[in-house]
Design a protein around this ligand. Structure first.
Ligand SMILES: CC(C)(COP(=O)(O)OP(=O)(O)OC[C@H]1O[C@@H](n2cnc3c(N)ncnc32)[C@H](O)[C@@H]1OP(=O)(O)O)[C@@H](O)C(=O)NCCC(=O)NCCS
Length: 169
């Protein structure tokens, strides 16, 4: 399945994409505001294998022509203390040279159009309160802040995040 945006396309991730994902996650600037940190290729391959048979974990590579510049995903029925059993999305433009060119917004709008088409009613995400660029992308895509809370993924509970939601109903 291929989803076409303004300049980017989304296609299901492939095993051959994993080495570049691993490289992006080594870069502290890329991971500064996200929960994922460095992973080995083996760990990434295990994760890839584990989601292949899981219809609730859907991950796309974001492509600019033939080049993979990022990934985006939706996770259905995600366990979350405040908003249990909802669909959450994630977005990463791993190629830093492509930041600030509208690709994050393009990719997310494309993903949201797909989610609407397949019958999702609303979509959630979490974003660090300090992550201005991501928040701007999410606002451009119609997300609104629902709640500010301590980031449950932060080991010493010192970071805060917003939970945001967009919907069509
Ligand atoms: C956050 C991220 C997705 C943004 O992607 P992108 O392709 O650069 O985003 P876009 O170009 O579509 O839009 C960025 C917007 O933020 C704005 N922006 C960027 N830095 C900003 C800053 N410091 N202050 C204010 N606005 C800022 C840009 O001006 C642009 O808004 P505009 O179109 O109104 O001018 C990308 O940087 C990324 O993937 N980072 C690493 C992983 C990550 O943090 N993912 C998000 C997890 S919640």
């Amino acid at each position: 399945m291929k989803l076409t945006g303004k300049n980017i396309t989304l296609r299901p991730i492939q095993k051959k994409d994993l080495p570049i994902f691993v490289d992006w996650l080594k870069d502290k600037e890329v991971t500064r505001f996200i929960r994922s940190g460095e992973v080995t290729l083996k760990q990434e391959e295990e994760w890839f294998d584990s989601i292949q048979s899981d219809p609730d974990e859907v991950v796309f590579s974001i492509c600019l022509g033939k080049k993979v510049i990022g990934n985006c995903a939706f996770h259905r029925h995600r366990p979350d203390g405040d908003f249990p059993d909802q669909t959450f999305i994630g977005l990463l433009i791993g190629d830093k040279h492509e930041w600030g060119k509208g690709h994050g917004t393009d990719a997310l709008k494309t993903l949201l159009a797909h989610l609407q088409k397949i019958g999702e009613k609303e979509v959630y995400l979490c974003v660090s309160t300090k992550h201005i660029a991501a928040r701007r992308v999410y606002e451009k895509c119609g997300f609104q802040i629902l709640k500010k809370r301590k980031d449950p993924g932060c080991p010493n509970q010192c970071c805060e995040e917003y939970v945001m939601r967009t919907g069509w109903i």
